[in-house]
Write a protein that binds this ligand. Structure first.
Ligand SMILES: NC(=O)c1ccc[n+]([C@@H]2O[C@H](COP(=O)([O-])OP(=O)(O)OC[C@H]3O[C@@H](n4cnc5c(N)ncnc54)[C@H](O)[C@@H]3O)[C@@H](O)[C@H]2O)c1
Length: 332
């Protein structure tokens, strides 16, 4: 049993990982400022409401709990916003993350699993994208993730910590037991937007219909949030076992176009979904598909929910039961 400090544990992916950690017999301690997270998304674990900019509360938490490892989900993660407001992104995703590793160093905690992103790669030169692909981020969000990976590598080289950086492609779906789901505001992710459209009749823009793809729309790699959660447990086990660090992609290796996702949502929900053909967004690559061979071979990761239909079914189950998500007031 390990006591694991989870930044952003009340968020979409963090809350699913907390559930999995509990299931595996670990003790998660959630640290979250609830700016996008939800208190109702974390049950039966200590939740410290605090901000990573606050070194005092961070240090008190590390002094109080016997923390042995960290999982770092907390971040701002809207690509468009990062272009408009880069200082917010460098402050939260880099400067505040530095606060965290400084406290880790001071308190002698040497293991961290970091939520990185496919956004570190930028415009892909080849598909599927492996970890060897050059990193040339095309927006400040991707830049912040890439910078913090380099920080972690430098700390590793200085023998101050070991890290595993997981580069997620498009996280999607919901806890198959229906307890947890995705509730962002504003929502920018395609599957919850389409489900909302199925539920309340709103329409969803399709950004770009003239890409060099079979149906002209962008292709993305969707990975079930529970499969991501399993990868975090494997990463933690690996950090416990070996004095080593690593970077791993997490995707299914299957690309689905926007139109294919729309058709799948229509099929699963049995409802009408209005999609409106719209101009391309600047900076959206035509295809982003991962090679996850490395994590399969080195950590033994196997996705249990690789099919888009199952991913959408789990999301639909949660949204049908929680049409207002976790509720939009701040829950205490
Ligand atoms: N969702 C995806 O498809 C995806 C893809 C690639 C990478 N990621 C990365 O995975 C991580 C989790 O993503 P998510 O979709 O669960 O996001 P989320 O917004 O649901 O969760 C982030 C959590 O961090 C908290 N937080 C943010 N800044 C904080 C701070 N300064 N102090 C304390 N808490 C803070 C938020 O309140 C929230 O609960 C992020 O780092 C994101 O960049 C997500």
């Amino acid at each position: 049993m390990l006591t694991v400090f989870i930044t952003g544990g009340a968020g979409y992916i963090g809350s699913h990982v907390v559930k999995e950690l509990l299931h595996q017999g670990h003790q998660p301690i959630v640290f979250d400022n609830l700016q996008t997270g939800h208190r109702k998304a974390v049950k039966n674990v200590p939740v410290i409401e605090g901000d990573l900019s606050d070194q005092k509360i961070l240090k008190e938490t590390f002094q109080y709990y016997p923390i042995k490892a960290v999982m770092h989900f907390a971040a701002d993660s809207l690509v468009g916003e990062s272009v408009q407001n880069p200082e917010k992104y460098f402050n939260n995703n880099v400067k505040n993350s530095m606060n965290l590793i400084e406290i880790m160093e001071e308190m002698n905690v040497k293991k961290i699993v970091f939520s990185s992103s496919a956004a570190v790669y930028g415009e892909p030169k080849e598909i599927p994208i492996s970890e060897k692909h050059p990193c040339v981020p095309t927006n400040p969000y991707g830049e912040t993730k890439w910078i913090f990976e380099k920080v972690l590598q430098a700390f590793h080289d200085a023998q101050k910590l070991n890290f595993i950086s997981l580069r997620y492609f498009n996280a999607a779906g919901a806890d198959p037991e229906g307890d947890l789901g995705e509730d962002h505001s504003p929502e920018t992710h395609l599957i919850p937007l389409l489900i909302k459209a199925a539920l309340d009749g709103t329409s969803v823009p399709v950004y770009g219909t003239d890409y060099h793809t079979p149906d002209g729309t962008c292709i993305r790699d969707y990975i079930h949030v529970t499969d991501l959660s399993h990868a975090h447990i494997l990463a933690l086990t690996q950090l416990e076992k070996e004095n080593a660090s690593g970077i791993y992609n997490l995707g299914n290796g299957n690309g689905y176009s926007v139109r294919e996702v729309i058709e799948t949502v229509k099929k699963v929900t049995g409802k009408k979904v209005t999609a409106i053909d719209s101009p391309r967004r600047p900076g959206d690559p035509a295809r982003l598909v991962a090679s996850s061979t490395k994590i399969k071979e080195e950590l033994g990761w196997v996705p249990n929910y690789p099919h888009l239909e199952t991913i959408v079914e789990t999301a639909w189950k949660w949204h049908k039961k929680h049409p207002n998500g976790y509720g939009h007031q701040k829950e205490k």
